[in-house]
Design a protein around this ligand. Structure first.
Ligand code: PLP
Length: 392
């Protein structure tokens, strides 16, 4: 066997992608698998966005661009930050990358040293801890409970901070919980961070547009503008515009940090795909009305799923503020079925009733299960039926 780097042995493959792969494999064997594993809108990319990419290709967008994105796309990002977030950036404060995933990767590589600590509230997006580990930093996880609505308190944040804390990550609305922090909650967290000037803050706003209450989105910079000089805002087009396959994410933040992230990108992937950049430009600056019907569909599915899940003995689910995830506590069900853990329950569900869900452990929250409702109503109804079959 080939001896691999210590670095790669620190991490595991993305568990959500692993569930999707397993579901696909079983499907290929002819099993009627219902998969609520992936965090991917089931809608097609809106037509005007696709057309913009096609026109760009015909116009010669087939070459390298500037590493940090075309000037036109960066301008669209700047205008978007102004329009939606009341945040002001210069072009040297913006970096476009191949997905929000690469934005966060660049950030970790550009900022973190061995021994640095990265504070990550659980339940968390699966990639944060592993990307911190890849940068040889130490993830510091803050646990939450359903009683505190799966959100951290200012006291918990204060308690987690040490002299080694370098980065604090906040993702609201959250994958996997679907809950969002309020302005007041963000302000209280910001008050803690104000006392610790060495900490950089990353706000991952990927689900900003998928919020039930229109116009309700706020991030920590809106709540605490004093943190502007050490906050990086991460976002992308994957979720809001059903553009997961185009691979465009972007970041706005301090110019020196952005320059360092750009340097990492220049020696790894260079610019994101040129046609995708043209598509993202249209997504951000074109007609925004394409978001609403998708949002309404997600909300209908959320309402359906919430009611059905809470009606099952052994499952307790909080209402989400947005996203397309439900993250019920399933400890009762685990016990009832004699399973050892959420991992065990996930195995049982796929083996017994062909239902693929991602166990909460993948997100740092054992005893839970993530259901993505970026799936048709028909699929969700099937999923509920199968869950009931197992639970009763
Ligand atoms: N951040 C969060 C919270 C996510 O859920 C995801 C995707 O699952 C991403 C970032 C990255 O998305 P992408 O790389 O498609 O832009």
């Amino acid at each position: 066997a080939i001896e691999l780097s210590k670095r790669v042995q620190l991490i595991k493959p993305s568990p959500t992608l692993a569930v999707a792969a397993k579901a696909k494999e079983l499907k290929a064997q002819g099993r009627d698998i219902v998969g609520l594993g992936t965090g991917e809108p089931d809608f097609d990319t809106p037509e005007h966005i696709k057309q913009a990419a096609i026109a760009a290709i015909n116009d010669g967008a087939t070459k390298y661009t500037a590493v940090d994105g075309t000037p036109e796309l960066k301008e669209a990002v700047i205008q978007k930050f102004k329009r939606d977030n009341q945040l002001s950036y210069e072009p040297n404060q913006i970096l476009v990358s191949s997905g929000g995933k690469q934005s966060f990767y660049n950030l970790c590589q550009a900022l973190l040293n061995p021994g640095d600590e990265v504070i990550i509230p659980a339940p968390y997006w699966v990639s944060y801890p592993d990307m911190a580990l890849l940068a040889e930093a130490q993830p510091v996880i803050i646990e939450t409970s359903i009683e505190q609505h799966l959100k951290i308190t200012p006291q918990q944040l204060e308690d987690a901070i040490t002299e080694n804390t370098r980065l604090f990550v906040i993702n609201s609305p959250s994958n996997p919980t679907g809950v969002a922090y309020t302005m007041d909650e963000l302000k209280a967290l910001g008050d803690v961070l104000k006392q610790h000037p060495n900490i950089i803050i990353a706000t991952d706003d990927m689900y900003e547009h998928i919020l039930w209450e229109e116009g309700s989105f706020v991030n920590i910079l809106n709540a605490c503008p004093e943190l502007y000089d050490r906050t990086i805002v991460l976002n992308g087009v994957s979720k809001a515009y059903a553009m997961t396959g185009w691979r465009i994410g972007y970041a706005g933040g301090p110019a020196d940090l952005i320059a360092a992230m750009k340097k990492i990108q220049s020696q790894s992937t260079s610019n994101p795909a040129a046609p995708s950049q043209a598509a993202a430009q249209e997504a951000l600056s074109g007609d925004q009305s394409c978001i609403k019907p998708m949002l309404e569909a997600f909300k209908r599915r959320h309402d359906y799923l919430l009611e059905e899940l809470n009606a099952i003995d052994g499952i307790t689910c909080l209402p989400s503020d947005g996203t397309f995830y439900a993250f019920p506590n399933v400890e009762g069900l685990i016990k009832k079925l004699g399973c050892d853990s959420d991992l065990d329950l996930a195995e049982l569900l796929i083996e017994k009733v062909d239902l693929a869900l991602v166990p909460g452990s993948a997100f740092g929250a054992p005893g839970h299960m993530r259901l993505s409702y970026a799936a048709s109503m028909e699929t969700l109804e099937k999923a509920v039926e199968r869950l009931k079959k197992v639970a009763n």
